[in-house]
Write a new protein. Structure first.
Length: 177
């Protein structure tokens, strides 16, 4: 009897988690799910996970903390972080904490499977001649602060020294779908 690879989905969006579950089960995975940090340690003590998909923004904290816990439990676990709030800072931290890859939402099952299989970086990725713009740097800082404040708009605006309505307008212009 062949054992199915065990996959953990850490996602608080029920519809998205169910779609991922069905898709991975059709591909031969044994799928487990938890919605946030509260239940993760107990699940990790019960099941040896080989693959994990972690949403960056979850109930009870940050997906980065989940990556840290999963990696501490088993360093061989292949972890992919999914997020609708992609930023360079969280991508770098995800990899430092043990994720093998970082994907923006929406990503499908094929994208995630490919990310699990990529072991090494790609040094042939073309470098851009374009310098980072001031708008990009501002957007990056806004996202970092949003994550630090658990996506509290008022606190983020206070820390950035801007009016809450100004921040809300900026976020509305760059709405993540």
């Amino acid at each position: 009897m062949l054992l199915k690879p065990r996959l953990l989905i850490v996602e608080d969006d029920d519809a998205f988690a169910q779609a991922l579950r069905r898709s991975f089960e059709r591909r031969g995975f044994e799928v487990y799910r938890c919605e946030g940090l509260d239940t993760l340690p107990e699940l990790l003590n019960q099941v040896d996970i080989e693959f994990a998909i972690v949403d960056l923004k979850i109930v009870g904290g940050s997906g980065l903390e989940c990556v840290k816990l999963i990696h501490a439990q088993n360093a061989a676990t292949r972890i992919v972080v999914l997020t609708g709030f992609a930023s360079i800072a969280t991508a770098v931290e995800s990899i430092k904490l043990g994720a093998c890859n970082y994907l923006p939402k929406p990503s499908n099952t094929d994208d995630i499977l490919a990310a699990f299989q990529r072991e090494l970086g790609n040094s042939s990725v073309p470098l851009s001649d374009r310098q980072t713009s001031l708008k990009s740097l501002e957007w990056e800082r806004i996202h970092e602060t949003l994550i630090e404040t658990d996506f509290n708009i008022s606190e983020t605006a206070r820390r950035l020294g801007m009016h809450r309505r100004t921040l809300a307008r900026k976020l509305e212009k760059h709405r993540v779908k």
